[in-house]
Design a binder for this molecule. Structure first.
Ligand SMILES: Cc1cc2nc3c(=O)[nH]c(=O)nc-3n(C[C@H](O)[C@H](O)[C@H](O)COP(=O)(O)OP(=O)(O)OC[C@H]3O[C@@H](n4cnc5c(N)ncnc54)[C@H](O)[C@@H]3O)c2cc1C
Ligand SMILES: *[C@@H]1O[C@H](CO)[C@@H](O)[C@H](O)[C@H]1NC(C)=O
Length: 535
């Protein structure tokens, strides 16, 4: 008999988990608190407790070719970075295409997930849900927790003495929806993450003055990279990932700094990361440096005290007449329906094997999907997590002993702290390609590059030097998709299609164009030398 799996939440993680269950012949039931799919990506005007909430202007910070699921490329004409409504449209087409909606029970909240008394032998769970005031119980063979971790706001009020005196308005970034109502105001945004930057930039177009307070600084990069390609297409290649592995860290840092400071000098803009030895997820924002250059945003250090109307900063400066404070200070993960001991988040670490499985269970029948912050897109990441988990549930993949898993967790945590630092906000931070490969290896879907070099050199070159997109994990092994190769070879086409809204004839051909290239090269060399600053 097919195993019954409870999937908690119908956001991105829930949807892909449903698909993977179906692919592996499991029998899923998904419980979703709201009346619709999409989770975080479904914008609503209201902020509801227990639900993620975004501002109206959210645009993805990972590009479409790097963010789609592995056997379902995004429509050709979709832009490379998507407005939240467009991304939601993709998830709707995805759910429809794989006929996933029929497994979802909407307006149903999971209240508790408990081991059954015979858990040690059966591995079964009792799940209690509530639909419109009515409670229900059901037994499941396995559970996938897909309830998201951008739900419970984190405001470290204790870090802001005098907060209780402050007479202005203050709120967490999840409360922010539009810039309307902030015309002519003085606003302080606390934090320098992606949301903080988006909100500061948007408000700076209406407000009298926006201040951004940051303790640690951050690298800020544009969505647009070399030759106008999306940043992640250029960044996330196996070649670069290999360089990162073999180059000494000091050299890596030096290269990273050089690259980051090419656009603008972070030190001059007050954004320079404090501990330059650590890796830090960059902020992706095209407008922030320009708003700083125009004086609409002023970057400040840590806030040490607040008064009725003013903010006092670490360097002793005071900014008066503050009307509002936005706390873009992140989130705390919380699983109110689980026993505390199941998913432990303490001592600055999540005790889950490869960020997925609680190691201490007698049977591996519970998994967390999406409790992670990769340096790249989360969508291919949660997909590989779900592919692995469903194969473990099915019994075709097995986990090592509890001891081995615990050892792996603490080793991984040490490595993470060494790379990303001890800050709480970095707790879920992982490398991108390394982690994807690791999961793919578990299920036998990691592409074999050496074999491909002989069999299909064209493809091998794309895999190694091209963007490491999700299609790479459908070339071989279980879940192989015959469209994968062609999806890899045609991705540039899909990337350029939405830009080709005006036909431009490419006029010049060899030998004129060749000559021009040589001239261009010469010009570039001259330009390079003339740009060097000798002071
Ligand atoms: C502003 C913002 C922008 C982002 N941009 C990007 C980006 O560009 N690229 C990227 O890769 N990542 C991005 N992320 C990361 C983000 O985590 C993922 O994009 C993703 O949406 C997470 O999906 P999820 O399904 O895990 O969680 P969610 O989207 O939060 O979905 C969880 C679902 O579970 C339901 N639920 C929760 N508890 C229960 C319960 N007890 N019972 C029943 N249902 C329940 C909720 O109603 C919800 O539908 C962004 C995050 C934020 C906050
Ligand atoms: C994109 O933005 C979200 C929200 O701030 C963040 O959690 C995620 O890590 C960012 N991704 C990248 C690759 O920068």
């Amino acid at each position: 008999m097919a195993k019954k799996v409870a999937v908690i939440g119908a956001g991105v993680s829930g949807l892909i988990s449903l698909k993977c269950c179906v692919d592996e012949g499991l029998e899923p039931t998904c419980f979703e608190r709201t009346e619709d799919i999409g989770g975080l990506w479904r914008f609503t005007e209201n902020v509801e407790d227990g639900q993620a909430s975004i501002y109206q202007s959210v645009i993805t910070n990972t590009s479409k070719e790097m963010s789609c699921f592995s056997d379902f490329p995004m429509p050709e004409d979709f832009p490379n970075f998507l407005h939240n409504s467009k991304l939601l449209e993709y998830f709707r087409i995805f759910a429809q295409n794989f006929d996933l909606l029929k497994y979802i029970q909407f307006q149903t909240t999971v209240l508790s997930v408990k081991k059954r008394s015979d858990f040690a032998s059966s591995g079964q769970w009792e799940v209690v849900t509530e639909t419109k005031g009515r409670e229900q119980r059901a037994v499941f063979d396995a559970v996938m927790v897909c309830s998201g971790h951008h739900i419970v706001p984190h405001i470290p009020l204790e870090a802001f003495p005098g907060m209780e005196k402050f007479k202005g308005q203050y709120f967490h970034s999840r409360q922010y929806k539009h810039p309307e109502g902030f015309e002519g105001k003085h606003i302080l945004v606390i934090g320098l993450g992606n949301s903080a930057s988006d909100i500061a930039v948007e408000l700076s177009k209406k407000a009298a003055q926006v201040f951004m307070s940051t303790r640690h600084g951050s690298w800020v990069m544009s969505r647009i990279s070399e030759c106008g390609y999306p940043w992640d297409i250029v960044w996330h290649t196996r070649f670069r990932s290999m360089l990162q592995r073999v180059l000494p860290r000091t050299l890596q840092k030096w290269m990273m700094e050089r690259q980051m400071n090419q656009w603008f000098d972070h030190e001059n803009y007050g954004l320079e990361p404090q501990n330059r030895y650590l890796m830090k997820e960059p902020v992706v924002n095209d407008d922030l440096p320009s708003r700083i250059l125009c004086g609409a945003i002023k970057v400040k250090s840590r806030v040490t005290e607040l008064t009725e109307t003013a903010a006092i900063f670490e360097d002793g400066t005071v900014e008066e007449d503050m009307d509002a404070i936005v706390f873009a200070t992140g989130y705390t993960s919380s699983f109110p329906f689980l026993e505390d001991s199941l998913v432990k988040v303490e001592d600055n670490m999540v005790s889950l094997y490869k960020y997925v499985f609680p190691p201490q269970l007698e049977k591996s029948t519970l998994a967390c999907i999406g409790l992670i912050q990769p340096l790249g897109s989360i969508f291919p990441t949660v997909e590989l997590q779900a592919r692995w988990v469903t194969r473990v549930f099915k019994g075709v993949c097995t986990l090592p002993s509890e001891r081995t898993m615990m050892a792996d967790i603490s080793k991984r945590n040490k490595k993470r702290i060494d790379l990303f630092g001890e800050s709480k906000s970095q707790m879920l931070q992982t490398h991108y390609i390394d982690y994807l490969d690791e999961l793919a290896l578990e299920i036998g879907a990691k592409p074999d590059l050496l074999a491909l070099v002989l069999k299909d050199p064209q493809l091998a070159v794309k895999l190694y030097f091209g963007p490491c997109n999700s299609y790479q994990y459908r070339l071989a092994g279980p879940g192989q998709w015959e469209g994968a190769r062609s999806a890899i070879l045609t991705q540039k086409q899909r990337m350029l299609k939405p830009l080709k809204t005006r036909t431009v004839k490419s006029s010049l051909h060899f030998p004129v164009s060749f000559l021009l290239k040589i001239l261009g090269l010469l010009a570039a060399v001259v330009a390079f030398f003339s740009q060097l600053q000798w002071f």
